[in-house]
Design a binder for this molecule. Structure first.
Ligand SMILES: [Zn+2]
Length: 504
């Protein structure tokens, strides 16, 4: 069909009034609206479809209807909302495979912490003072920051669920932000709790995850406090159809994975976080079972999980393409581009060192597309959503982002994958769609009041800090002294040293 659409214009050629008119049409559009994003560089991450130096993405309602070099005939009836975005890169929304979102009133509070210090401070002190409202505030701040940074799906490993109300509060944060969330629910690691898990996962799914188009799903998280022995938790999850995420798999905890594998209890519905210093027997069992691996590269390195060496190469050597994750922001960077860059440089450093030192079987170097796949396609597999998100494929949900790729810090685009991984920051992310709904537009979150959020975050933080007896002073020595705060629940962490070393 002939069309009369002119050549797509670059994003910087259009004035505020034109963008405003498009936004008005988007706001007025019905649930079945067609939106044609034209003239961008398209990175689909779908190996069957490939990429386009210049191409279009057609959104219809919640889903992607088409991807191609020129979809302008789809707009020939004049009904589609046409958005010219030459100069931008369109890619699938980023997926974070594991983050403890509730903590973020305390971002960067202990930047120099090691694992022991982190656990004792966050779980032993701050966590026990969290009210449901504080769970909401920490979570909501995290959700908005993730959307701003191009993350459309978060695996919220919520290991401070003291009560049902604490869980309800984080579901409110998902709804209020509009992000796609995988709620991986676990008890609080310390203190009194309602002993409502794992059974409450069923209620949460019934209440919050109804319908095939729900933006929320529920998994079981197994972390430090186990309500039942792990085989019983696995059996419960499988009886009720929940995927399982196991965190804090490192050091001596790897032996538990070997035992579970030898008992035939690993499976493709299971995702293991970290896996530092996993013995070879464990890797074989993980690979045979199709169990997934999620790395938190900077966490493993900086906090020193086990030996501190991320297991990127071990996973690849066993045919496993891992997923990446942010883990905690109290002592780490928050954005997923940092995870991609750190994972890439770590694998290449280790591989190069082996070759330089004469290793006969030094591994191949991974590339920028590999780490992008670890945060899109493979991440969707790790959280059981590969049929819905992770690539720009027709029929999948329209979870996608558009990056201004001709801004000061990234112009000119000479290689789209390199520009995404090495040069993209939140400020370059112009548009974010989740299931076809606009969450960020022209570089600003849609419908969110950041001033109100700031007040809520500071009030919540100050409440908890005063309960714990911790003065927030931005210029204080940044390493907490353990005797300054109470560590009332330190006794809960007698086993923590097991996580720090394999021991013998
Ligand atoms: Zn974790």
């Amino acid at each position: 069909m002939a069309t009369n659409l002119p050549k797509p214009r670059a994003y910087w050629e259009q004035g505020p009034a034109e963008w405003s008119a498009i936004k008005d049409r988007l706001d007025a559009a019905g649930t079945d609206a067609r939106i044609l994003l034209r003239g961008a560089t398209i990175v689909t991450m779908d190996p069957e479809i490939g990429d386009f130096d210049e191409g279009d993405v057609l959104i219809r309602g919640k889903r992607i209807e088409g991807v191609g070099a020129d979809l302008s005939p789809a707009a020939a009836d004049g009904q589609a909302i046409v958005v010219d975005i030459a100069g931008m890169i369109v890619m699938p929304g980023i997926i974070d495979g594991h983050r403890h979102c509730w903590q973020n009133q305390f971002r960067r509070v202990i930047p120099d912490a090691d694992l022991s210090e982190y656990v004792k401070t966050l779980h032993g002190d701050f966590a026990v003072e969290y009210r449901p409202h504080d769970m909401y505030v920490g979570n909501f701040l995290t959700m908005l920051t993730l959307l701003d940074a191009g993350v459309t799906c978060i695996t919220d490993c919520t290991h401070n669920t003291r009560t049902r109300a604490h869980a309800d509060a984080v579901f409110k944060s998902y709804a209020d932000s509009g992000i796609r969330a995988v709620h991986a629910g676990a008890p609080s690691s310390t203190g009194i709790w309602e002993e409502h898990l794992p059974e409450d996962l069923i209620r949460l799914r019934d209440v919050y995850c109804s319908g095939p188009d729900s933006l929320t799903t529920v998994r079981m998280l197994i972390d430090m406090r186990r309500a039942k022995p792990v085989p019983e938790l696995f059996a419960f999850a499988r009886e009720h159809g929940f995927g399982i995420t196991m965190d804090a798999v490192m050091g001596q905890r790897c032996d538990e994975i070997v035992e579970l594998g030898e008992a035939g209890l690993l499976g493709p519905d299971l995702t293991l976080i970290h896996c530092n210093d996993m013995p070879e027997a464990g890797w074989r069992l993980i690979a045979e079972a199709g169990t997934k691996i999620t790395l938190a590269t900077t966490s493993e390195q900086q906090l020193g999980l086990g030996s501190g060496v991320p297991v990127i190469q071990e996973a690849l050597d066993h045919g496993i393409r891992p997923c990446l994750s942010g883990d905690v922001e109290v002592c780490l960077a928050g954005d997923m581009f940092t995870q991609m860059r750190a994972t890439l440089t770590t694998q290449r450093m280790l591989a190069k060192a082996r070759k330089y030192r004469g290793g006969a079987n030094a591994p191949a170097l991974i590339d920028h597309r590999d780490v992008l796949a670890f945060t899109t396609r493979h991440a969707a597999e790790a959280i059981g959503l590969a049929d819905r998100i992770g690539t720009l494929s027709p029929g999948k949900y329209a979870d996608l982002i558009a990056i201004r790729a001709e801004d000061l810090n990234n112009m000119p685009v000479n290689n789209a994958i390199g520009t995404i991984v090495l040069a993209t920051e939140s400020r370059n992310i112009d548009m974010v769609f989740v299931a076809g709904r606009l969450r960020k537009w022209q570089g600003r979150l849609v419908g969110q009041d950041i001033d109100a959020l700031r007040t809520m975050v500071r009030d919540s933080r100050d409440h908890i800090a005063s309960k714990v007896g911790f003065d927030i002073r931005p210029t204080r020595a940044i390493r907490l002294r353990h005797d300054e705060i109470q560590h009332r629940h330190q006794g809960s962490f007698d086993a923590i040293d097991d996580l720090l070393t394999r021991g013998t």
